[in-house]
Design a protein. Structure first.
Length: 316
């Protein structure tokens, strides 16, 4: 790994590379890569064609418009990529809304004058997939032992969460809001994380991609805990758009709303980054369910209750 020049075009991959000890090998990043904080000093090779600070409905409208025109949601700076002369480019083949598409990356790499550039594309749907992606990045970087250690630590910490669940409690019904308009419930690895935390999420596609869901289905499910963490959104962004949800018919009648167990969480940094910090994501969910435990490592600012609890002793 010592001589490799690595470009990461997705935040979760950047976090994996750094967890494997490859921070010094990183020479370029995506515009969204922001953790560890010092990666911000690296040149950004991508840029969005939509305003990521816009509201939920505006972002959805602009993304749909680009899709209808057959256009990508992102730009990639091929001249800058050429100048950085990478040996390895890590990207994803999961969601064209989340990052530059694999086709675009492959085409950009094909145009490079550098003869051999390895493209490592990640496509996780499950926690096992995430672990295997860590191994794949480790193999590409020549950091197989480091990857094994990171995978083992993730497994250990996720297993530890089950020991923190209060004995004898029933698993609360949970809904993770992946997007507000259209309403989406988290799929992919989210149901697994909820189970590790001590809850259950029966809505949405387990081990599958997120897709719109009717509000009536969520209302009828009557979640006991709602965690609002839209893809790419900070807590401040979710709070701004929260009225989209609270105006839905029957919102205040859900058990979660009545009991004050509706939470805002940092979807940008945690829920939607399939890397080592998914462990902290599970801890965030567990804190929403049962209160924060001393062994939880996520930042306090990553979870916030939207309303005061009513006759409930849970704290976050």
């Amino acid at each position: 790994m010592e001589d490799l020049r690595v470009v990461s075009l997705i935040p979760s991959a950047t976090e994996i590379v750094c967890a494997l000890g490859g921070r010094d090998r990183l020479v370029g990043r995506s515009h969204e890569c922001d953790y560890p904080e010092d990666v911000a000093a690296l040149p950004a090779l991508t840029a969005p064609k939509v305003d990521p600070t816009a509201g939920t409905e505006a972002i959805d409208r602009d993304v749909r418009r680009l899709a209808l025109q057959g256009l990508s949601v992102y730009r990639i700076d091929t001249d800058k990529l050429e100048a950085l002369a990478p040996d390895v480019v890590v990207t994803q083949d999961q969601c064209q809304v989340c990052a530059v598409s694999l086709d675009e990356v492959t085409e950009a790499v094909r145009r490079l004058t550098r003869a051999e550039v390895r493209v490592v594309s990640l496509q996780p749907l499950t926690l096992r997939d995430v672990s295997e992606d860590v191994a794949r990045v480790g193999e590409a970087l020549g950091a197989v032992d480091a990857a094994s250690a990171v995978r083992a630590e993730m497994t250990r910490r996720l297993d530890e969460l089950s020991t923190l669940v209060p004995p004898g409690v029933l698993r609360p019904r949970v809904v993770h809001v992946e997007w507000m308009a259209p309403l989406m419930v988290g799929g992919h690895w989210i149901p697994e994380l909820v189970e590790r935390a001590g809850g259950r999420q029966d809505l949405g596609d387990r081990d599958g991609r997120s897709h719109p869901i009717a509000w009536e289905a969520v209302r009828d499910y009557d979640p006991e805990v709602i965690v609002i963490a839209p893809c790419g959104f900070t807590i401040a962004q979710s709070e701004r758009d929260l009225p989209i949800l609270t105006a839905l018919p029957g919102w205040n009648e859900t058990t979660a709303a009545r009991e004050g167990r509706v939470f805002l969480a940092d979807g940008n940094a945690f829920f939607n980054r399939p890397g080592p910090r998914l462990v902290e994501t599970a801890e965030i969910v567990q804190a929403a369910l049962f209160g924060r435990q001393p062994r939880h490592r996520f930042p306090e600012a990553a979870l916030r209750r939207t309303v005061a609890p009513v006759n409930h002793g849970v704290r976050a």
